[in-house]
Ligand binder design. Structure first.
Ligand SMILES: *Cc1c(COP(=O)(O)O)cnc(C)c1O
Length: 324
């Protein structure tokens, strides 16, 4: 699969003089695109490398990762189980664009409350092993240990693509912004940046975790990648981890009118779909960060991480109305 996605200048802000570029990973040509196309591929390759024959993913009914995993597995005739968590307000019956697509792709959705994940992972793994399978759980074992550094590989590689595109465009990026959730994408970009030794700042707009916890997870992600590949971790690695938690709007999946009007504006003006959970939050967070930090005259890259089904969930819920 050809993985190079479009990168171009979105606009130049005449007041600040900042030039805002965008990289359209939402247009990756598989399963409605998004960062999870690259990340699912990294897990899929790792599954093959470890000679496993069943995929087990984990996520909620809105998970873009689980959709793409299910699609790759369908394509390759690999059985796919998705341990599907749900919040207190939702039940196992909640349906979304992504959950419907997972079903369409033949994934077995195993409902699970958020405090029972380890037991559920064990039960599914043991059940499959008992049938003679070699199951692969994307996060390793029941405690999420064993596959550290795998997911970061996806965006460590994508960073090289960003570098060659920035050369083609003849711009050096002062910073790269992205919405950050599990941290797989951001830790990968940080690894790519450390390996290249450039001065670009990678700034994650947290969509869920607070800065302290999120930074710790990013640090682990970066360290694991270097460890997995037998590379020496640069001494300044920690100082390159930058996660902003001031734009979360209350936490994962929470959003407000400000996010919705940002999404409306970006779609009307540029024809680009954003969603309220990740990319809308990330884009608005970036714009507010630039304002609050009085950044001027810089070249800024926004990484569009996808999430098309979430755009339609929002649209179909009637949340995106014309402004009055
Ligand atoms: C998963 C996801 C993110 C966050 O990426 P992480 O690697 O989990 O930090 C951002 N945007 C979209 C659309 C996603 O699906």
């Amino acid at each position: 699969m050809e993985l190079t996605t479009p990168m171009y200048e979105l606009f130049r802000d005449s007041r600040s003089g900042n030039r805002i570029f965008i990289k359209r990973d939402d247009l990756l040509p598989f399963s409605l695109g998004g960062n999870k196309v690259r990340i699912a591929q990294a897990f899929f390759d790792d599954m093959r490398k470890k000679n496993c024959d069943v995929m087990i993913g984990y996520g909620n009914v809105r998970s873009n990762l689980c959709r793409v995993l299910a699609n790759r597995c369908f394509q390759e005739h690999i059985p796919c189980y998705i341990i599907c968590s749900h919040g207190e307000q939702e039940d196992a019956e909640t349906q979304t664009g992504n959950s419907r697509l997972m079903e369409l792709l033949g994934a077995v959705l195993v409902p699970c409350s958020r405090d029972r994940i380890a037991e559920k992972v064990d039960a599914v793994m043991e059940g499959l092993a008992g049938q003679g399978h070699r199951p692969y759980y994307i996060y390793g074992n029941r405690l999420g240990r064993g596959n550290e550094g795998v997911a970061a590989g996806a965006y460590a590689a994508a960073y090289r693509e960003i570098l060659s595109q920035s050369e083609e465009l003849n711009v050096a990026f002062d910073s790269i912004f992205l919405p950050s959730g599990t941290g797989a994408t951001q830790s990968g970009l940080i690894c790519g940046h450390l390996l290249n030794g450039d001065s670009t700042k990678i700034i994650g707009i947290s969509v869920s975790r607070d800065r302290e916890r999120g930074t710790e997870i990013l640090r682990e992600g970066v360290q694991s990648y270097f460890c997995l590949h037998g590379l020496a971790l640069p001494a300044d690695a920690d100082s390159q981890i930058c996660l902003e938690d001031g734009y979360r709007k209350g936490g994962y999946g929470c959003f407000d009118d400000e996010i919705l009007s940002c999404i409306r504006r970006v779609f009307q003006q540029y024809g680009i779909p954003l969603d309220p959970t990740y990319t809308g939050k990330g884009f608005l967070g970036m714009m507010q960060y630039l304002e609050e930090h009085q950044i001027t005259g810089e070249n800024i890259l926004f990484l569009h991480t996808g999430g098309a089904p979430l755009f339609y969930d929002m649209l179909n819920a009637g949340l995106l109305r014309p402004s009055v």
